[in-house]
Structure formats: structure tokens, C-alpha cells
Design a protein around this ligand. Structure first.
Ligand SMILES: N[C@@H](CCC(=O)N[C@@H](CS)C(=O)NCC(=O)O)C(=O)O
Length: 255
């Protein structure tokens, strides 16, 4: 029995749902409302003291970290494989996924909050003291500092420029990867395509698709991946209109 603690619009949960869908693995949903702070509730902290989703529970075993979950699913279920057989290609795949942990994941949170999601927090905590109380509920001091900066400074946060530069580099590398290939790896569709789709789609939802206006091959890759059944089941069916509408009104920085 598989249970996934996740959130409809969280990129790293979308990534895991895509892999579950592609591999046609049955799972049970435990959906958390992150804006209501359900990730800080004691029962969830027992599963993941880091207070983040996704968390996979498989036959009572708890697995955290979305990349780790992706590799676990690939190793535990041999249906519709998403890792190449060749070792050098596997290394290439791991290098792609590592980029998410080495900054890109945090950078998408910065872009999303500075451009759009901060509005959800400001709407929920309308006075300065209510906002302070909310920031004090964040158990990890580094995360609280980051949240304070994103919510208060928004577009003027210095972290935003750093995050955008990192995504400009990703887009360039992705454009090179899919220039003459259908998928990120020349061997075929893999964990890498499903891992990066949510991040690129998030940029698009935040009105930043002009980042790849010079690279039509990225739109072609998006079209290919969106034609999969996994995209429908794991992304479209979970789209939260409130988030999508908020992101459609994002302030867009100079690119
Ligand atoms: N490195 C972790 C990052 C997990 C993470 O940051 N999850 C976000 C959603 S994408 C979360 O749960 N955020 C909770 C919060 O904002 O308080 C992973 O890849 O699983």
C-alpha cells in the first residue's frame, strides 16, 4: 500500500505524481493545505520533521525527499521504466536531478513567492503582528528568514535575481538537451523529463515563458510531455484554479 502526502500545486509533489502515473502505480492521497500550515502539525512532523511534502509511505516505510522518492519508485516498481540501462546515461540522469536539490528547487520557491504566493500570505495575515506570529510558527530559522524576505520584499528581494539567473541557465541547458532529441536524455523519456516539467510549467504559469522565446524546442518538448496520460492524471486533474489565477496576475520582472 502506497500513501503520498502531497499538495495539488507543489512542484516536487507534481514530480512524484507524474512518476506514479507513468508507472501506473496505485496510491492513496493524503493532501496537505500548505497555506493553512498543515505541514507543521504534530502528526505530520512525526512523518517528516523537516515539515515538507512530499512524503511517501510504502508498507509502513517512510520515504522523504522527492528525488529519493523518484529513485525509490523506479527501483521498487519495474513497470514502465524511467531510467536508462546504460550507466553513463544513468549518471547523466542523476546529474539533472541533482540540479534540483543543488538550488533550483529553492529558486522556484523564491520566484513563486516573490511574484505571486506572497499575496496569499499577506491576505491571510493582514496585520503586522499576525504576520509575525505566522513567521514564528516556522520551525526552521533559515526557512523563516527566507519566508520573511520573500513575503516582505517580493520583487525587490535580492534572492529573486539569483533565482532568475539560475533558471536562465537551466533553460539554456534544457534547450540544448532537447534540440535534437525528443526527451532530455537521448535514450528516451526518463525521470528527468517528469522531474523538470513542473518547474518549467511553473515559470509559464508565472508569465515567464518568454525566457524560452528563442528556443521553440522547449515548447515542442512541453507539447510532447503534455500529450502523455501521466500529465493529465498527475498535473491537470490536480490543477488548483485559485493558484493558477493568482500566478496569471504575477508581476513579471525584466528578463
Ligand atoms: N528537497 C525537498 C524539498 C521539499 C519542499 O520544499 N517541499 C515544499 C513544497 S514544493 C513544501 O513542503 N513546503 C512547505 C512550506 O512551504 O512550508 C524535496 O525535494 O522533497
Amino acid at each position: 500500500m502506497l500513501e503520498l502526502y502531497h499538495n495539488d500545486m507543489s512542484v516536487c509533489a507534481q514530480k512524484v505524481r507524474l512518476i506514479l502515473a507513468h508507472k501506473q502505480i496505485e496510491w492513496h492521497s493524503q493532501h496537505l493545505n500548505l497555506r493553512a500550515g498543515e505541514q507543521f502539525k504534530p502528526d505530520f512532523l512525526k512523518l517528516n520533521p523537516k515539515a515538507v511534502i512530499p512524503v511517501l509511505v510504502h508498507d509502513g516505510n517512510i520515504i522523504t525527499e522527492s528525488n529519493v522518492i523518484c529513485y525509490y519508485l523506479e527501483e521498487a516498481f519495474d513497470s514502465h521504466p524511467l531510467m536508462p540501462l546504460e550507466l553513463t546515461k544513468r549518471a547523466e540522469l542523476r546529474e539533472w536531478l541533482t540540479r534540483l536539490d543543488a538550488g533550483l528547487h529553492e529558486h522556484i520557491a523564491v520566484i513563486s513567492f516573490c511574484l505571486a504566493f506572497r499575496q496569499q500570505i499577506l491576505k491571510r495575515y493582514t496585520s503586522e503582528s499576525a504576520l509575525e506570529d505566522f513567521l514564528n510558527t516556522i520551525p526552521d530559522p533559515a526557512r523563516a528568514i527566507l519566508m520573511r524576505d520573500m513575503v516582505i520584499n517580493g520583487m525587490s528581494s535580492p534572492r529573486l535575481n539569483i533565482a532568475i539567473l539560475a533558471y536562465q541557465k537551466l533553460i539554456k541547458d534544457l534547450a540544448t538537451a532537447v534540440e535534437n532529441n525528443e526527451w532530455i536524455l537521448s535514450t528516451g523519456i526518463s525521470l528527468a523529463d517528469f522531474a523538470f516539467l513542473p518547474y518549467v510549467e511553473r515559470l509559464e504559469q508565472l508569465q515567464m515563458a518568454k525566457m524560452w522565446s528563442e528556443y521553440p524546442q522547449i515548447d515542442a518538448w512541453l507539447t510532447r510531455i503534455r500529450a502523455t496520460e501521466a500529465y493529465k492524471v498527475a498535473m491537470l486533474d490536480w490543477h488548483n484554479q485559485n493558484y493558477i489565477e493568482l500566478m496569471a496576475q504575477s508581476e513579471v520582472p525584466e528578463l
